[in-house]
Design a protein around this ligand. Sequence first.
Ligand SMILES: C[S@@+](CC[C@H](N)C(=O)[O-])C[C@H]1O[C@@H](n2cnc3c(N)ncnc32)[C@H](O)[C@@H]1O
Length: 356
Amino acid sequence: MTETTTTKEHSTSPKEAAAATSPKSAGGSPKSSGSPKGRTSPAVGPSIEEAIEADDAANDDADSAFGDASSSTASITSSILRYRTINGRRFHSETGNALYCHHIWTLAQDGKLYLAPLSPNIEKAIDIGCGTGTWAIDFADEFPNCEVIGTDISPIQPSWVPPNLKFEIDDCTQEWTFEPDSADYVHIRYLIGTIKDWSALFKQAFKTLKPGGYLESFEGCPYIVSDDGTITPQMAMGQWGDVFVEGSKKTERTFTVVRDGIQRKAMEEAGFVDLQEWNYKCPMSPWPKDRKLKEMGLYGEIFATGDPEGFLTFVTSILGWSREQFAVFNAMFRREVHDRRNHGYYRIKVVWGRKP
Ligand SMILES: C[S@@+](CC[C@H](N)C(=O)[O-])C[C@H]1O[C@@H](n2cnc3c(N)ncnc32)[C@H](O)[C@@H]1O
């Protein structure tokens, strides 16, 4: 482990949104790609389009299989540790929602960190908007011979990281300073609500990638929906997406990236070819019958209800809500999420393409 953080530029972090989500279908199951250690990574499961079956036994707050998320964060954190131990990954000591969010993505993708068909011999990978760097650390561990660079506008990355990883503070909406044609892979996850021009962003990635290199974009949709009508527009869960979309009209940084298919359009505009996508549903609590979806929901519940301050900042500063308005909405939202009879989920979408 080495201590490597390069500061190009400091500025305050933009307001981040809370819940993520979303997709549609397409693509089918992407092919697996071998890891540099010679392990055969399993293919990730197919996109979900069909309705998710609910677990009627989960209607009570206490879920026998997984416990009550709100009352046992410690045991949930230790179950992430167990998962990471089984998968040979190091445990990240940072707290907060970032780890839950990363874990939900990892579960959804059956443990895989990427879906693009990367060669085991890639030499340089860049993670744009890396946040706390959890993905970049895992990726650097999985590709020890690859130089990995994580960039973010906010200096929130840990100091001790794998020797092949470094962090740089940089604004991805400015001209990228990486050498053109230098990277094999650019990874961009969860930048909804922060980008004005996705085509311009992906054009920077296009410029930076070597011919044959891959850009992969992972985004969530803020709309919380259900397949069985248990989420209605009157509910706080039903209004959650609208709140962010309304706010993004003011910031001009859209939250409808998934719903409007912006990832694919922007990649095409940037010149990427062989586009593929994968779509999934992320439950808001452990209400599904399926074990994997139930586990995702357990972390989803913590992720959605664990950081009301982020949401508070967004609605008060952008939409001008009062603290009282926020308190009422937040209480309704939390009660609805914890009620297992509400079968809400959000969609996530991954799109990847190759530079010809
Ligand atoms: C929701 S977090 C996602 C973090 C990470 N990609 C992940 O999936 O765990 C969004 C991140 O984007 C960063 N960000 C927002 N605007 C940015 C910009 N213009 N340039 C670089 N990073 C930015 C934020 O500081 C934050 O760390």
